[in-house]
Write a protein that binds this ligand. Structure first.
Ligand code: BG6
Ligand code: GLC
Length: 948
């Protein structure tokens, strides 16, 4: 039984596509390869095209000498109807201006191009499949259509349609009657084709100027093309149809998924009216308030020239046509291009020439004063190369004009000039749209398909080429008798919604609510307390390591120091000169090859020593014994300022024989092996500590160090009384939390998604550093890669096709997230990144990939905020303060390079810890500077240059 469901079109049931004609994404019908829309296939174009020298179209090519006052009246009229290429170029500039003005919220109202958002954000991509029902309101009929797309690349879409003639009075009657009629047509159609067993999505093609606020919400701005139904203007036509359908008890609900066809990104409809829509960059479309991706915009370009912008191409005939129309002064472009008016322009041209005795001399031409005696169809017949003359003879005779052969020939010239001008003008408008698309997409060259509908004549491809040489437009004529294009809009809407649903389903676990973050914050707090408790320390995933750093810098530190910085993206050796008024740093970056990171400890420390010696040679420091501060960014149990036992490796290091050893001792042994006697290691610090100290030198409130780079971690100044794992109650000590390991005891497992689990399982330290694996630069790209693989699997991305490259671990680097999320980045650059991964990404794919990146990086920033909220709140409470004001010294490539990470972190931190006033201070010179400052404190009172 067919399910009749009155609420079928309710908003919860899914998309209800409402589109104007120009928005139909006209596909190529299968088996019509020969119609591919190459310019050659447009025979009408050839007859109207400009010649190789760029001379204007039309049957008469006038040379410069013909432009003088000696022109005959016929030549004068023809000339006026034949704008030069220069003129068209000039007008194109004005159209481009109007177009861009129309996109802007501020100036939009002043523009003649309304640029109405359609909320259609995708074109067919070949993955649509399923059943679609469409109702299309046309000039004199309603067409209903049922299409089944079988997901076979649309080799064989099955369709059934019915055209219901519409009584003329319906177009002038009440809105209710119109919509009842349409609903009745849908009902009859469904009865005719049998009773489908499932609910169907319905698309409604409504070719009038509408203000759309959603795919299924469209308010009619004003009727045109002779329609004048009452009580429709200003109303949502979807609701009106929905109400009518409810009355008829017709049901059609969204549901299934669809399969695709080659797509056009523009569509021009020079039918009775003229219009053009195109896929615009959403961020430029201020009215739609959608910032990402593209949206189809209905330009309503028929109104071009209503502000006088076309005055210099209007002829006296155009003015007369306008004056006699029902809307004088309005839709001036449409009145030069739309087929409703072409016959009228020729009629007025004949009338003028007749009055000047240049045509039908001695005949009674009063018939020419009657509106619409010459139709556009007749104009096209007269133009015909073969029997046009005979047609002219017949048509003019039927009007009682008794034409001579010469009259027929001239009328034929007039017809050709009027039609050629319409073709050239629509080409000019299209060229403006293409140039805008090319410019706004930041492309050097735009290659695009343009669906052209209207059938009566075609736009001039060669003029488009001359006016927009930077664009290659493939004009695809649409012989869309069946309305398949209209169905495709609905199909695309369905596909988009299905994709979005799948994407949402996959991404949902990564979207953390405020409550989730508060839970993470509470867990972090609990783990901190346990980690500081001597008895419960082993239960906690946070080691809360004392660092033996008890003060932040006070500005009295002095001296010259060596520093090492190992464990971030770069290994650096530095010489740091701390003077009274400044700190001078010279450093060199060295590479640690992966083989060395993952080889033996001896080889690793030998390599480090070689780098130090190379640096000392270059800096001519071989003779000096400088105290050395060592930033060693791995978890260490410190037994003193210069004694640190490595607890475990992180971040891809796994050199053997190091865990459980004092890293300072290992460095000293390497020095001995290299017979380098002048090495005096006085302090070893974690990078968080080095960063806090480096920033603390500039801001005494800096009592927290944060790293969000390859790894992530935090240290902070804790009250010694709260550090149960150490003796002593006085003052504070910097605690290296090693928060990267938060959750290694399973307490975060609820927040781990299937993607996170895959990343963890495939890492060299599975089950370890779980918080780090949700946040830091070493892992975010990999999480994104796992999500992309899942989205390909679900057919949401890249038409279900992955690449070999994407199968490789770590191929999707975290720096891609930073690039892809850069505001205003042209999506072709996203496509570029993806194509380097051998992924054939459509525009829509790029939008989705960007959303994946945003979701992953936002989660990372928010988790980091939850962790930091626990830290600052703990500090506030430990100090018994109502309000805490503190600075976080921060470093790390992700924090520094990602366009939104820091803002997202700070905003969420403020929400989660409202009683703390937290400032973030970026470390400028790396943590080696901080290690040198710690060394300076250690050397205070001692002679910094005496060897140990
Ligand atoms: C550097 C610090 O600036 O940042 C290092 O000097 C630190 O000590 C590093 O480890 C962290 O960032 P990344 O992105 O290099 O891991
Ligand atoms: C890892 C290390 C930690 C370091 C952090 C940032 O988490 O274990 O010691 O601070 O990375 O580099």
């Amino acid at each position: 039984m067919w399910e009749l469901h009155p609420s079928a079109l309710g908003p919860n049931d899914g998309p209800f596509a409402i589109v104007g004609h120009s928005c139909a994404l006209y596909p190529r019908l299968p088996g019509r390869d020969s119609d591919r829309g190459t310019p050659q296939s447009l025979s009408a174009v050839d007859t109207c095209s400009w010649d190789a020298e760029g001379r204007p179209p039309g049957s008469l090519q006038l040379g410069a000498q013909d432009r003088g006052p000696s022109c005959t009246p016929v030549q004068r009229v023809l000339l006026a109807l034949t704008p030069t290429l220069e003129k068209l170029q000039e007008v194109k500039g004005r159209v481009l201006e109007a177009l861009e003005q129309g996109l802007s919220r501020q100036s939009g109202a002043r523009s003649t191009m309304q640029m109405l958002p359609t909320f259609i954000c995708s074109t067919p991509d070949g993955t649509e499949n399923g059943d679609v029902l469409v109702a299309e309101l046309c000039q004199s009929h309603v067409r209903t259509l049922w299409v089944t797309l079988t997901g076979d690349g649309n080799q064989s879409p099955q369709l059934m349609y019915h055209v219901f003639e519409m009584p003329e009075d319906i177009t002038q009657g009440s809105g209710e009657a119109l919509f009842d009629f349409i609903a009745q047509c849908v009902k009859n159609f469904l009865e005719e084709i049998g009773n489908p067993q499932h609910r169907l999505p319905l698309g409604f093609i409504f070719p009038f100027s509408c203000r759309q606020t959603g795919l299924d919400k469209a308010e009619l701005i004003s009727w045109s093309k002779g329609f004048r139904c009452s009580d429709v203007e200003g109303k949502d036509v979807v609701q009106l149809l929905q109400a009518a359908i409810s009355k008829q008890e017709v049901g059609a609900v969204w549901g299934s998924r669809l399969g695709g066809l080659p797509h056009a990104e523009n569509l021009m409809v020079p039918r009775s009216g003229t219009n053009c829509c195109f896929m615009a960059e959403s961020h430029l479309l201020e009215m739609a308030e959608v910032t990402s991706g593209r949206m189809c915009v209905n330009s309503e370009w028929g109104c071009l020239g209503d502000d006088g912008a076309l005055d210099d191409v209007l002829t006296p005939c155009d003015h007369r046509v306008d004056q006699e129309s029902s809307n004088p002064g309005e839709r001036r472009f449409e009145k030069m291009v739309g087929s409703l008016y072409l016959g009228e322009i020729v009629r007025h041209a004949m009338l003028m020439l007749a009055s000047e005795q240049a045509l039908f001399i001695g005949r009674n031409t009063s018939i020419l004063a009657t509106k619409a005696v010459l139709t556009t169809q007749q104009v096209l017949e007269i133009m015909d190369n073969e029997d046009g003359m005979a047609k002219a003879q017949g048509i003019l005779e039927a009007l009682g004009l008794q034409p001579s052969e010469r009259d027929c020939c001239r009328v034929q010239q007039l017809c050709r000039a009027v039609v050629s001008r319409a073709a050239a003008l629509s080409a000019m408008g299209l060229a403006a749209v293409l140039s805008h698309m090319c410019r706004s997409r930041q492309l050097e060259r735009l290659v695009v398909n343009v669906g052209v509908d209207g059938g009566l004549y075609h736009t001039s491809a060669s003029v488009v080429g001359l006016l927009a040489p930077e664009c290659a437009a493939n004009l695809m004529p649409s012989a869309d008798v069946s309305g398949l294009g209209a169905a495709m809009v609905t199909a695309v809407a369905l596909r988009t919604v299905a994709q979005r649903n799948n994407m949402e389903r996959l991404l949902a676990p990564l979207r953390l609510s405020r409550t989730d973050l508060q839970r993470v914050q509470a867990l972090m707090r609990q783990e901190m307390e346990r980690g500081l408790d001597r008895e419960r320390n082993a239960e906690s995933s946070l080691r809360m390591l004392p660092t033996y750093v008890c003060h932040t810098p006070d500005g009295t530190e002095r001296g010259k120091f060596l520093a090492l910085d190992l464990g971030g993206t770069n290994f650096r050796v530095l010489v740091v000169h701390v003077a009274e008024d400044n700190i001078d740093i010279t450093n060199e970056i060295y590479v640690i090859p992966t083989a060395v990171m993952q080889g033996t400890g001896e080889a690793l420390f030998n390599h480090i020593m070689e780098c130090i010696m190379d640096f000392q040679m270059k800096q001519e420091l071989m003779d000096q014994v400088l105290p050395l501060g060592f930033t060693f960014s791995f978890p260490c149990q410190q037994l003193g300022l210069d004694k640190a036992v490595l607890l475990n490796w992180t971040k891809g290091f796994s050199a053997s024989g190091c865990v459980g050893q004092d890293v300072v001792q290992m460095l000293r042994e390497a020095a001995q092996r290299k017979q380098h006697t002048a090495l005096k290691v006085v302090a070893v610090v974690n990078d968080t500590v080095g960063t806090m100290m480096a920033c603390g030198y500039h801001d005494p409130k800096c009592e927290i160090g944060l790293i969000v780079g390859t790894g992530t971690n935090t240290c902070y100044m804790e009250e010694r009384a709260k550090v149960g794992t150490m003796d002593g109650d006085e003052g504070r000590m910097c605690i290296n939390m090693e928060w990267g390991a938060f959750g290694d005891n399973g307490c975060l497992d609820d927040f781990f998604t299937s993607f996170d689990r895959l990343v963890d399982e495939k890492s060299i330290n599975a089950g370890k550093q779980k918080f780090e694996k949700l946040i830091s630069g070493m892992y975010l790209g990999e999480i994104v890669r796992q999500i992309l693989l899942a989205l390909v699997e679900e057919q949401v991305l890249f038409c279900g096709k992955s690449s070999h490259k994407l199968q490789n671990r770590d191929i999707f680097q975290t720096k891609f997230l930073s690039t892809i999320e850069t505001p205003g980045l042209a999506l072709v650059q996203v496509q570029g990144i993806l194509s380097n991964l051998e992924l054939d990404a459509s525009y829509e794919d790029s939008v989705l990939v960007r959303e994946v990146c945003q979701t992953v990086s936002l989660r990372a920033a928010h988790l980091c905020a939850a962790g930091m909220a626990a830290v600052v709140e703990k500090m506030r409470e430990s100090r018994g303060l109502e309000q805490l004001t503190v600075t976080v010294g921060v470093d790390g490539t992700l924090y520094k390079m990602h366009p939104h990470f820091s803002r997202n972190l700070q905003q969420m931190l403020q929400e989660l810890a409202p009683l703390c006033n937290v400032t973030f201070l970026q470390s400028e010179d790396g943590s080696g500077k901080g290690a040198a400052l710690v060394a300076a404190v250690a050397c205070r009172g001692a002679d910094p240059s005496s060897p140990q």
